[in-house]
Design a binder for this molecule. Structure first.
Ligand SMILES: [Zn+2]
Length: 59
């Protein structure tokens, strides 16, 4: 339990992780366990924002 929680925090900190509701398509950031709109179980996704940030910093 402790390890997986630490993992989640690390992921949120070093990459953009959010959640997408498969039922209504609502996106949450930071990720939630359930959709705030329809209370369905959401799916955790990594966005591509990390790449954009890296490009911005490099330029
Ligand atoms: Zn939803």
């Amino acid at each position: 339990m402790e390890i997986s929680q630490h993992w989640r925090l690390r992921k949120e900190r070093y990459s953009m992780v959010g959640s997408v509701c498969p039922a209504c398509g609502h996106k949450s950031f930071p990720p939630r366990e359930v959709c705030p709109q329809c209370n369905s179980e959401v799916k955790i996704v990594e966005t591509q924002a990390e790449t954009k940030i890296q490009v911005k910093v490099a330029a």
